[in-house]
Write a protein that binds this ligand. Structure first.
Ligand code: ATP
Ligand code: MG
Ligand code: FE
Length: 342
């Protein structure tokens, strides 16, 4: 069965083809980062308009690199939420009109389920159950995952998401948008002893996070230096920030593993691409005898492959999960725990 995946929840348009027999056939992606950069963040209306321009050319690209025709598609999975309403509407309408034209069934997919299952696309995927740390631009959640759609939330951020903290702190250092990768690169040149920033909620017994205070700490340091903040000092602050956030994320993952007795940890979402986080988790895994699994780097941030894949897993479990019902609604806010088990 070949599933087309359509992702358009934020500022990436992604189309991908996943075959339940042969695996991922192809994926095509356009990131709008350059377009939104001059505004310092995503402009929703511009995002929607750009999804309209990109969707069909990306579909052609995905089809031709897979070497199949539109009529070979068996079902279409699209991101129904959460995300920007206008952006979601573009992907949903593209998916549903295509399905109508081809007389194929459609299935709305939860964007975070896509992220969460993306590490299973890698070679040597983890088995259920596992602990998942979802660290994206809009979410920071620790979950126990017992199967597709069987998610128990252990804890989450009380304020900013991890990716948001990276982006906001990077902005304070004048690093542009999105600043996650830039602040991470800069931190490599920083002195780890120059600034020790707070590690919010590091020692609380729960699995929640809070990152807005860390961002404020970056602001306070930047302000105190403002007369002439040199490049080395920026790198030192970046290092202080990255070390603090990585320490907290690692400690909470270790606690969740200890609490549940599980030995598998899965990382998903854009911040999962972070090199310092991966190094810290790998070191903890070696020391504490658990295994950690990551998505391929290109599937950490938004993409169509994870949507095609999540749709395919749901269809495998329940063939009537996709319907010939082409009326659609998007769910800009959609808690993950409202999903049914597959
Ligand atoms: P959500 O999925 O919660 O709706 P999103 O789709 O915007 O949010 P993702 O695409 O998963 O989030 O991830 C984007 C985030 O990941 C951004 O905040 C970005 O700065 C961050 N990010 C990407 N690469 C890195 C990196 N190497 N280090 C740190 N952060 C990174
Ligand atoms: Mg994005
Ligand atoms: Fe995302």
């Amino acid at each position: 069965m070949i599933v087309l995946g359509v992702e358009s929840s934020c500022d990436e348009t992604g189309l991908a083809l996943y075959d339940t027999e042969r695996g991922l056939l192809s994926h095509a992606l356009h990131s709008q980062v350059a377009m939104h950069e001059e505004y310092g963040g995503v402009v929703p209306e511009l995002a929607s308009r750009d999804h309209i321009r990109r969707a069909l050319p990306l579909l052609e690209q995905a089809l031709s690199s897979a070497g199949i025709a539109k009529t070979d598609i068996d079902a279409i999975a699209y991101t129904q939420g959460p995300g920007l309403a206008g952006a979601l509407l573009v992907g949903s309408s593209v998916a549903c009109s295509l399905a109508l034209a081809l007389d194929k069934p459609v299935l709305g997919v939860h964007h975070l389920e896509g992220h969460l299952l993306s590490p299973l696309l890698a070679s040597d995927p983890p088995e259920f159950p596992f602990i998942a740390l979802l660290v994206s631009g809009g979410h920071t959640q620790l979950m126990r995952v017992d199967g597709v759609g069987r998610y128990t939330l252990l804890g989450e951020t009380l304020d900013d998401a991890a990716g948001e903290a990276f982006d906001k702190s990077a902005k304070l250092l004048g690093l542009g948008y999105p600043g996650g990768p830039a602040i991470s690169r800069l931190a490599e040149f920083g002195d780890p002893t120059a600034y020790t920033l707070p590690r919010p909620m590091l020692h609380t017994k729960d699995f929640n996070f809070s990152f807005s205070g860390l961002k404020t700490a970056v602001l306070t340091v930047v302000k105190s230096q403002q007369t002439n903040i040199c490049e080395q000092d920026k790198a030192n602050i970046a290092r202080g920030f990255v070390d603090a956030i990585v320490d907290v994320l690692t400690a909470k993952c270790v606690n969740a593993l200890r609490h549940t007795g599980l030995k598998r940890l899965v990382i998903a979402g854009g911040v999962g691409a972070n090199a310092q986080l991966r190094a810290s988790l790998n070191a903890a895994a070696a020391k504490r005898k658990f295994r950690v699994y990551y998505p391929e780097l290109e599937f950490c941030t938004d993409n169509g492959a994870m949507i095609a894949f999540a749709g395919a897993l749901r269809l495998k479990a329940k063939p009537d999960a996709a319907q010939h019902d082409y009326s659609f609604n998007v769910r800009p806010r959609w808690p993950l725990d409202e999903l049914e088990a597959a």
